[in-house]
Write a protein of this length. Structure first.
Length: 154
């Protein structure tokens, strides 16, 4: 499995720990930055990861910032991305099972390393259930399709 990962300065340390964990799990990880704790802007990294996942270059993405909100909002602006901010493993399981989330967002301020790794493990070990959930995901996809074509006409 190919994983794109990115963080801003406040998520840098946790991103590095997650990267080590994923590599230990046999995942192919590409780091989109940032490469330090020097102040930077979360959309620069969140959008890069989301776009790479949306293009199909990666199976999943992981984003980390201080609260998780900025990265999550950025990623969800990209057509084809269903990013989920997860603060515990159960949220990660449901994000995959019910929403077919393809990007996991974490909040470094609220998520200790051990818990973050449990969330990552839950996210990668869960599968989309389809069924009634597929109908709901399809509505999101249809909205994206419709609004993208409307934007193209402008």
């Amino acid at each position: 499995m190919k994983v794109a990962i990115g963080a801003d300065h406040k998520g840098f340390e946790l991103k590095e720990r997650i990267k080590e964990f994923l590599k230990g799990e046999g995942k192919e990880v590409t780091d989109f930055g940032t490469d330090s704790e020097e102040s930077c802007d979360y959309p620069d990294y969140g959008l890069k990861v989301a776009e790479a996942v949306a293009r199909g270059e990666f199976d999943r993405g992981i984003l980390v910032c201080w609260t998780g909100n900025g990265m999550n909002m950025s990623a969800n602006k990209v057509k084809g991305i269903r990013s989920a901010l997860c603060l515990n493993p159960e949220l990660a399981v449901f994000a995959r099972q019910h929403n077919d989330a393809n990007v996991l967002t974490l909040a470094s301020k609220f998520t200790p390393v051990k818990q973050a790794l449990e969330i990552v493990k839950a996210f990668f070990s869960s599968q989309f259930e389809g069924g009634r959930h597929q109908r709901r995901v399809n509505k999101i996809k249809e909205y994206e399709r419709r609004t993208s074509s409307e934007q193209a006409q402008l």
